[in-house]
Design a protein around this ligand. Structure first.
Ligand SMILES: C[S@@+](CC[C@H](N)C(=O)[O-])C[C@H]1O[C@@H](n2cnc3c(N)ncnc32)[C@H](O)[C@@H]1O
Length: 281
């Protein structure tokens, strides 16, 4: 893999996705709240602590941690895509919390001094970085000894039909490809043993990994499609160039795939499963 080309392309795509994520912020915050809660609990964040959120997006997890650390603590939201950082700044302003700040920072190169941080939280970031072991080493470098990291990746695609159904259709139609093994992607850290090995190789101890299930809900199939079109980079790119007939065919196939999760009133309840990992520096 060409690491530099991947980093530049990934940053460009996330910069472009920031607006859609901000539009859908409340829906993501609400549905994924169990994962945010798991992370803040697993990181054992205490009042007065300094906490960094890596690959923060809009900062949902860090803002939850900010409630835990209180006004005597400090929370730094970091993301590699400047438009995400700007959106996180707007979220901070809306929260009214004075002890939270946002900074543009790559997960592989945290612009922070060694051993200055009590806890690191990160939801759905580490599986996207070019070199996750390097990023985890960097996390360990900035954590003080005894500090904890808590991160969420995604469990396997078959445990995540909310995106698996869509991904299968995109791949079947040649509109998306499955990342090669060992390269970044949504499910790159779905294997417990691999994730545990990476954390161990980065020098972490007391590694614990467990599934964190939750449910995406949508009032109907149209609302869910719109949500996914707005937040999923691969779907957004795939449908942008589609002829109307192909667009309709894709929609029909995806809706059929979601049938087992469609309720009698037409609403959707789509199972999702994150993989939560926590370890001590
Ligand atoms: C799937 S989103 C998750 C956002 C947020 N953590 C959440 O759970 O709502 C992935 C985020 O990771 C960021 N990201 C991707 N690669 C990164 C990297 N190498 N360094 C820092 N941030 C990165 C993206 O800009 C994006 O905001």
């Amino acid at each position: 893999m060409d690491y530099e080309a991947y980093r530049a392309d990934s940053r460009r795509r996330w910069e472009a996705a920031a607006r859609g994520w901000e539009d859908r912020r409340e829906a993501v915050r609400r549905a994924a709240a169990p994962v945010a809660q798991w992370l803040v609990d697993a990181a054992q964040i205490e009042p007065g602590a300094t906490v960094v959120e890596v690959a923060c997006g809009l900062g949902d997890v860090g803002l939850l941690a900010a409630e835990r650390v209180g006004a005597g603590g400090r929370v730094i939201l970091t993301d590699g895509a400047p438009p995400m950082v700007e959106a996180a700044e707007r979220a901070i302003a809306a929260s009214g919390l004075a002890h939270v700040e946002a900074q543009a920072m790559e997960a592989e190169w945290l612009d922070l001094d060694a051993a200055t941080v009590d806890g690191i939280v990160s939801r759905w970031g580490y599986m996207l970085v070019a070199d996750p072991e390097a990023a985890l080493r960097e996390a360990r470098r900035v954590l003080r000894p005894g500090g904890r990291i808590a991160l969420a990746a995604w469990a396997s695609q078959d445990q995540n039909p909310w995106i698996g159904v869509l991904q299968e259709q995109l791949v079947a139609r040649g509109l998306a490809s499955v990342p090669a093994p060992g390269t970044p992607g949504m499910f790159a850290l779905a294997d417990h043993a691999h994730l545990a090995d990476l954390l161990g190789a980065a020098g972490f101890m007391d590694v614990r990994i467990e599934p964190v299930p939750f449910v995406w809900e949508a009032p109907d199939a149209d609302a869910w499609w719109e949500h996914m079109r707005t937040t999923s980079i691969s779907l957004g790119e795939a449908v942008a160039g589609l002829r109307p007939a192909d667009h309709y065919a894709l929609r029909d196939a995806v809706d059929a795939g979601y049938a087992p999760y469609t309720q009698p009133d037409g609403s959707l309840r789509l199972p999702a499963c994150a993989l939560g990992a926590t370890a001590e520096a």
